[in-house]
Unconditional design. Structure first.
Length: 82
């Protein structure tokens, strides 16, 4: 099962909403989510600080960021899983 990385930080309302979308899609597309707090790694902070939330595939492809869209993310997941 693939792992997707969800870049976030504490007390981020946009991240909470984005994670809910990701978890909803996780029911139809089987994948694991690894939470990554950008403040626990300097590289993550430098790369993602103004972009969070970010969902990234295990191959490094950013699937969605900022305001996570159910429809945008679903279209990308369909292409990956079909």
């Amino acid at each position: 099962m693939p792992t997707y990385y969800f870049y976030t930080k504490e007390d981020c309302p946009l991240c909470i909403k984005g994670l809910a979308v990701v978890k909803e899609l996780q029911r139809d597309y089987r994948f694991d989510i690894e939470m990554r707090d950008i403040y626990k790694n300097d590289k993550w902070l430098e790369t993602y600080q103004i972009r969070i939330p970010v969902l990234e595939s295990d191959s490094g492809e950013v699937l969605d960021e900022g305001i996570i869209s159910y429809y945008t993310l679903e279209e990308k997941l369909k292409k990956i899983f079909c």
